[in-house]
Design a protein around this ligand. Structure first.
Ligand SMILES: [Zn+2]
Length: 201
């Protein structure tokens, strides 16, 4: 492993890999080592998959979930309940809720959370699009499922204020957890409980 350090081509990839969540220098080097050992074919496959990812994956026109067509597979599914919208920070949170398996409504991915210090104001989030969806008048309930962090709570408050005049019911997940958790990392049964026990905002 030490033989690799200092090689410019390796260092370049290391510097990109360490930007991934949870990846440090050591695991980045381990991954590169693995790739080099696998040989050129494996690496070509990875390169082609990344190119396809860049080419094909985009934001859903309606809810900003990841999609490979104009609509994501949830918005395109006629069996989903169209009168409930669950509002989340990121598409990764959506996948966590889907894994929990209870929720049958639609989603709206904000694309972040309010964080004035990081330059994330309401204009940076997909709030206008949410308001437009709610104004169409089909939605009965908005489930606010931002993360149980200080910024997530501030975002939840903002969304609730926006939604309350437009829908019959605004609810918030009942985490039953200390603040500071990230929805994406909650296990399925905790998320199931949080959804089942959601409370009026
Ligand atoms: Zn969608």
């Amino acid at each position: 492993m030490t033989a690799m350090t200092g090689l410019p081509s390796v260092e370049r990839v290391v510097s990109l890999f360490v930007r991934f969540p949870g990846v440090g220098r050591k695991s980045a080097q381990r991954m590169i080592h693995h790739l080099l050992r696998q040989g050129p074919e494996e690496m070509d496959q990875l390169i082609r998959s990344l190119e396809a990812l860049r080419r094909n994956v985009r934001a859903c026109r309606v809810c900003f979930n990841l999609a490979e067509a104009e609509l994501c597979r949830i918005c395109a599914d006629p069996k989903r309940e169209p009168d409930v919208i669950c509002v989340l920070e990121e598409a990764a949170d959506l996948m966590a809720i889907e894994r929990a398996g209870l929720y049958r409504g639609l989603y709206h991915v904000l694309g972040g959370r309010l964080s004035p210090l990081d330059g994330m104001g309401p204009e940076e989030l997909h709030l206008d699009a949410l308001e437009r969806r709610l104004r169409e008048g089909q939605v009965r309930e908005v489930v606010v499922a931002t993360n149980p962090t200080v910024e997530g709570e501030a975002t939840a408050h903002y969304v609730a204020q926006l939604a309350q005049p437009l829908v019959a019911k605004v609810t918030r997940l009942a985490y039953g957890l200390p603040m500071g958790g990230e929805l994406e990392y909650l296990d399925e049964s905790t998320l199931y409980q949080a959804l089942a026990g959601r409370r009026d905002y």
